[in-house]
Design a protein around this ligand. Structure first.
Ligand code: OSB
Ligand code: MG
Length: 356
């Protein structure tokens, strides 16, 4: 999928996504999900080629043709296998869509959501200058986004933050380092404390919790964990040692909606803040994220920006557009969006059908 803009983070520049899309069929119903892994292991370890091999060669052949009464029953069949949560999420999420459609109910209601539109922020990539960053932030604010997140890296942190904060003294402002710092950079991170950031996302290693706890003890700004929370157990350990006070929850990263809901319930019980992240999903993954964001404790704006920001031609027919900072939850059974065959035909590299 060619993206409408180059998205630069501390780990590289993204211009397109290789999106694995899964359709699960049962009778006349179809459930959809997409994988959030990259073709290269830049964000976490999972990759598209690895996921496709595991799904096509091992997991799906073991599941097809079997009866699963609930998402819990399906999850149990995958429980013996370790990790690979992005690949696991594809099956689990497509099953939730299928199951909600079977029940004839929107996914958000089956998940136990409490709202029909969700608050939305925007994630801005690293720009060539502080002025360019500020201009983008201004446009985002004019478009109604309720929070602006800036990507940062060592040497590109206080400068854009100071510029955007000066231009917009009142906005909810955050930064995301995507693991680009280490504990020796503590003074650069402390320098961000005066800018009233809502949180500092994933400053340290993608698989670290302990150093984040050490850092949090020396920062006023709350740390938000993204990469390093892949499961309920990661989240529990993170909150219990004080590795952060906020969690960016991505359903596609933690293995699906069941695990996402468990993390939601944990953060609520723990008094930690929570929001729904994104991985530049197409309309399929985006719809799943929006449905999940209807759960009670998703009170901070999520990274579920308008689909038209990313894609000229999305793989779904329905628009998913933010209106004054709010994204309406698609209605209709399941995730409430349908595939666009014309776009799919243009972008599909390969397509395989597995039978029971
Ligand atoms: O760290 O949240 C992240 C995009 C790709 C990979 C990781 C991240 C992001 C974003 C943008 O910040 C989220 C989005 O707009 O979908
Ligand atoms: Mg992040």
């Amino acid at each position: 999928m060619p993206m409408r803009f180059d998205f630069e983070t501390s780990f590289g520049v993204q211009r397109r996504r290789f999106v694995p899309l899964l359709t699960l069929r049962s009778g006349h119903l179809e459930g959809y999900a997409e994988g959030v892994m990259d073709h290269l292991p830049l964000y976490r370890e999972e990759t598209v080629p690895g996921a496709l091999a595991l799904l096509e060669g091992q997991w799906l052949p073991r599941l097809l043709g079997r009866h699963f009464a609930t998402p819990e029953a399906l999850a149990l069949a995958l429980a013996p296998y370790r990790g690979n949560r992005m690949a696991r999420a594809m099956i689990e999420m497509a099953f939730w869509d299928l199951w909600a459609k079977h029940l004839g109910v929107p996914l958000w209601q089956v998940l136990g959501g409490v709202r029909t539109s969700v608050p939305v922020g925007i994630s801005l990539g690293i720009q060539a200058s502080a002025q360019a960053t500020t201009d983008l932030a201004t446009r985002a604010v004019e478009d109604g986004y309720q929070r602006v997140k800036l990507k940062i890296k060592p040497g590109w942190d206080e400068q854009p933050v100071a510029a955007v904060r000066e231009a917009h003294p009142q906005i909810q402002l955050t930064v995301d380092a995507n693991s680009a710092y280490s504990l020796t950079d503590i003074s650069a991170l402390q320098a961000l404390d005066p800018y009233r950031l809502k949180y500092l996302e994933q400053p340290l290693a993608f698989d670290d919790l302990v150093d984040h706890a050490a850092l949090q003890a020396q920062l006023r700004t709350p740390i938000c964990l993204d990469e390093s929370v892949t499961s309920l157990q990661d989240a529990r350990k993170a909150l219990s040692i004080g590795a952060g006070r906020v969690i960016n929850l991505k359903v596609g990263r933690v293995g699906g909606h069941l695990e996402a809901r468990r993390i939601h319930d944990l953060t609520l019980a723990h008094g930690a803040a929570l929001w729904c992240g994104g991985m530049m999903e197409t309309g399929i993954g985006r719809a799943h994220n929006i449905h999940l964001s209807t759960l009670e404790h998703f009170t901070l704006p999520g990274d579920t920006a308008s689909a038209s920001r990313y894609w000229q031609h999305d793989v779904i027919r329905e628009p998913l557009e933010v209106n004054d900072g709010w994204m309406a939850v698609p209605d209709g059974p399941g995730i409430g969006v349908t595939l666009d065959p014309d776009t799919l035909q243009k972008v599909t590299r390969s397509c395989r059908t597995l039978h029971a």
